[in-house]
Structures are given as structure tokens and as C-alpha cells.
Design a protein around this ligand. Structure first.
Ligand code: FES
Length: 70
């Protein structure tokens, strides 16, 4: 799932960044440029980050981001 359209950042890239040590949205921004253009992806990026930190599934993040119906 693409989280940040402006910078073509997927949930997979965010999860990889977390596996490599990122723990904050600030760190994701520095590494992936997520949310550095229009900013519409902030809440979704936060949800995916939180889920990656708690090891929940991509499907759960997609539901939270509105990509899937609950
Ligand atoms: S969608 Fe992420 S900055 Fe625009």
C-alpha cells in the first residue's frame, strides 16, 4: 500500500525503516521523505509506524488508514 503518494513511500518501506531502527515520524521523514510535501499522509504514516513498532499486520494499518473497510 502506498502511504505517501508525493514521495512514493509504501508501508513496506516504512516497515523496513522500522526494522533498521526508526522509531519516530521524524526519523521516517529524514530517511524516506514521508510527509514532506503536501502532508496528507501524516496520520496514515503514523498508524503504519505504530503498527510496525508493535508488529501488527499491514492489513490492520490499511483498515486504520481507510484503505480497507473495517
Ligand atoms: S502524500 Fe505524503 S507528503 Fe503528500
Amino acid at each position: 500500500m502506498i502511504v505517501c503518494v508525493c514521495n512514493n513511500v509504501s508501508d513496506r518501506k516504512i516497515r523496513q525503516a522500522v526494522e533498521n531502527g526508526a522509531t519516530t515520524l521524524f526519523e521516517l521523514r529524514a530517511q524516506l521523505n514521508v510527509g514532506t510535501c503536501c502532508g496528507k499522509c501524516h496520520s496514515c504514516a503514523k498508524e503504519v509506524l505504530r503498527d510496525a513498532l508493535t508488529n501488527s499486520t499491514t492489513e490492520q494499518a490499511m483498515v486504520m488508514c481507510g484503505a480497507l473497510a473495517a
